[in-house]
Write a protein that binds this ligand. Structure first.
Ligand code: ADP
Ligand code: MG
Length: 635
């Protein structure tokens, strides 16, 4: 082994840069934070080639005195803290004194700064790791930092940079975090000389959300607020119907700093428990103000994680404030609780409603649980207790086989409906009745017990299979919309539309740019008659944006099929006509029935006759009553 030696400063800085400077967006985060710490009221961010060529941040903040300009670029040099005590109550965004030195070790940097009382500005440059002595320069009060040729001296890092579109996405994200936390600051962003954001100062976070995520999104948000001794919470949160496929729209700020705090994000999701479909994620912009000494920001190099002294109190505050607002007056859940019928009379008593809630909670939990340990008990063809059979009989009787129903482009012929084992029209067993309960579940008799189908999950699965099958053969046929649907998008979403234009077209979704942040959907796949063009596009874009790396073409198509199927499928709570119920159940046989919908929820459950008998004490043969809980199997 070589002898131990102190590393040269340049190398030390490069190592520090490894933690802090991952990509152009990380440089931008540091420079924007410095401008905010300098009390800037106006910040201009200019980038070229997604920051790979040039990043320039100019502010009108306090500036740096001439004799300290060189020091600003030195390692562990900061004006923000002086003693260990200062670490106990950080009020600035920066304090480590490492950012500028790190950046200057992996790029060429020029810094020009002037304080209000200086007659001229002072400039210092670092190129190839070598600093030139500071010299006078011209320039306004404030600071400009230029970063060129990022990672020129660290080719390994350079290789990991992604496409300009991806890097711009990360840059926009950093700009958004600052813009949302500091709406009073004028922020301008340009890319390759073209204006990307022009955000005049305002006092409304909602306005800024509109600029980044679209006006529709901003308008739909609900305000939440609460004041507790331990902290103040203010925020805008999405009503359940604007939920997203991922958590990428969950913004949490503590004392003006964007953080990802697992515990508080968990509180956020808990507040929406039971209000969102499947795995959908709430949209939220939450701003917490807590005493600085209660937040330890010195736990993570980029400070995106913090340690909270009263984490459990804040957890409770977030959960309670949101929950109250979401369940409070003015926000009725979209699916009504089922009306109770029976001997209890109208209006359940308090005890009853307790029990009712418990039972419904248990059922909901059960329906959510993954079908982990079940044994598939797929019925033999033609043995589906006549459920599919009745549907096929029906399609002969009334519904024309080529008729268009809500549940598919065509009603299938019985052969196609998996009834191949029995010639169409041949006498089958007496048709079983299928009924819809709570406008959500289809219940049918089978040879073996009782089948319960989640109408949305099943329909979604059927449509998904159908879309994928057709896609194998080529682009889906599309139909021009009589009225193009206009959708307001964010810049990142606009970029994603460009990236995936081909895949969208393959699905039959024709999207055209109408303005810098508006697109028109001109055509939609004709297969999805009840499809939701806007919802489909939005869900897809949310997914595309949340990806860290580029998806494969196959992943893109599958995702498009998922979101289109989900949006087009009948919803829970929608009443269905008898023929529709039957067509749907017939399709269940037809599609290569996997037991789950594309989101992984089970589409159907079976209550086995044998187990029902046990439960009701009818299994005298076995000579015992059991209360086993495995009587319901995800099917
Ligand atoms: P930190 O922000 O952690 O102190 P930096 O390396 O980012 O470390 O900056 C070093 C110092 O340079 C800061 O403490 C501050 O005094 C000064 N500085 C950097 N950027 C600016 C700016 N835009 N305006 C005024 N001063 C700045
Ligand atoms: Mg800094």
């Amino acid at each position: 082994m070589a002898a131990i030696h102190i590393l040269p400063e340049q190398l030390v800085n490069q190592i520090a840069a490894g933690e802090v400077v991952e990509r152009p967006a990380s440089v931008i985060k540091e420079l924007l934070e410095n401008a905010i710490d300098a009390q800037a009221s106006r910040i201009v961010l200019e980038v070229e080639e997604a920051g790979k060529k040039l990043i320039r941040v100019s502010d009108d903040g306090s500036g740096i005195p001439a004799d300290q300009v060189a020091l600003a670029l030195a390692t562990h040099a900061t004006s923000k803290i002086a003693t260990g005590d200062d670490l106990e109550g950080i009020t600035s965004l920066g304090f480590r004194g490492e950012a500028l030195a790190s950046i200057a070790s992996v790029a060429d940097v020029r810094l020009v700064s002037r304080t209000a009382d200086a007659l001229e500005a002072t400039e210092v440059t670092v190129a190839g790791g070598k600093a030139q002595p500071p010299c006078p320069a011209s320039g306004p009060v404030g600071t400009t930092v230029e970063v060129r040729n990022l990672f020129r001296y660290v080719p390994a890092r350079r290789k990991f940079l992604k496409t300009d579109a991806t890097e711009m996405g990360h840059i926009t994200e950093q700009a958004a975090r600052i813009a949302l936390a500091y709406p009073g600051v004028h922020l301008t962003v340009t890319h390759n000389g073209r204006s990307v954001y022009q955000l005049p100062p305002c006092d409304s976070v909602r306005e800024r959300i509109g600029a980044f995520f679209g006006a529709d999104m901003a308008a739909s948000l609900i305000e939440v607020t609460s004041d507790e001794p331990g902290g103040r919470l203010w925020g805008l949160v999405g009503p359940p119907h604007v939920a997203r496929a991922t958590g990428s729209m969950q913004y949490l700020f503590i004392n003006g700093r964007y953080v990802r705090d697992r515990s508080l994000l968990h509180a956020l999701r808990e507040a929406y428990r039971g209000l969102l479909e499947g795995r959908r994620q709430p949209v939220a912009f939450l701003m917490l103000t807590v005493p600085p000494e209660r937040v330890d920001v010195n736990v993570h190099p980029t400070k995106v994680e913090v340690r909270l002294r009263d984490a459990h109190l804040l957890y409770g505050q977030v959960l309670a404030t949101l929950r109250e607002r979401l369940l409070g007056p003015g926000l009725t859940p979209s699916v009504q609780a089922p009306t109770r019928v029976g001997a209890d009379g109208p209006g359940p008593s308090d005890g009853d409603s307790d029990r009712d809630a418990r039972v419904r909670g248990a059922v909901a939990d059960f329906l959510r649980s993954p079908p982990a340990t079940y044994q598939p008990r797929l019925p033999l063809p033609g043995k589906m207790g006549g459920v599919a059979q009745e549907a096929s009989v029906d399609s002969h009787r009334g519904v024309p086989a080529t008729g268009r129903s809500r549940l598919g482009e065509r009603t299938r012929e019985p052969e196609a409906a998996g009834e191949g084992a029995r010639p169409a029209g041949e006498e089958g067993p007496a048709p079983a009745r299928a009924v819809q309960l709570h406008n959500t579940y289809l219940v049918a008799e089978t040879d073996d017990g009782i089948l319960i189908v989640d109408q949305h999950a099943l329909h979604e699965r059927v449509l998904f299979e159908e879309i994928m099958e057709r896609l194998e053969r080529g682009p889906l046929e599309s139909q021009r919309l009589l009225m193009p649907v206009t959708v307001a998008l964010s810049d990142r979403e606009m970029a994603a539309v460009e990236t995936h234009r081909e895949a969208l077209a393959r699905l039959g979704l024709e999207v055209e740019a109408l303005g810098p942040r508006d697109v028109g959907i001109q055509a939609f796949p004709s297969l999805l008659e009840r499809g939701d063009p806007e919802g489909t596009l939005r869900d897809f874009l949310a997914w595309a944006q949340a990806l860290e790396s580029g998806p494969t073409p196959r992943q893109v198509l599958e995702q498009l099929a998922h979101v289109a199927a989900c949006r087009a499928a009948v919803k829970a709570g929608e009443p269905l006509k008898t023929e529709e119920i039957e067509t749907l159940l017939a399709h269940r046989e037809a599609a290569h029935m996997a037991a789950t919908c594309p989101h992984g929820r089970p589409t159907a459950l079976i209550l086995r006759k044998r187990d029902l008998e046990k439960q009701f004490g009818r299994d005298y043969a076995a000579g015992r009553r059991t209360a086993e809980t495995d009587d319901v199997l995800p099917y």
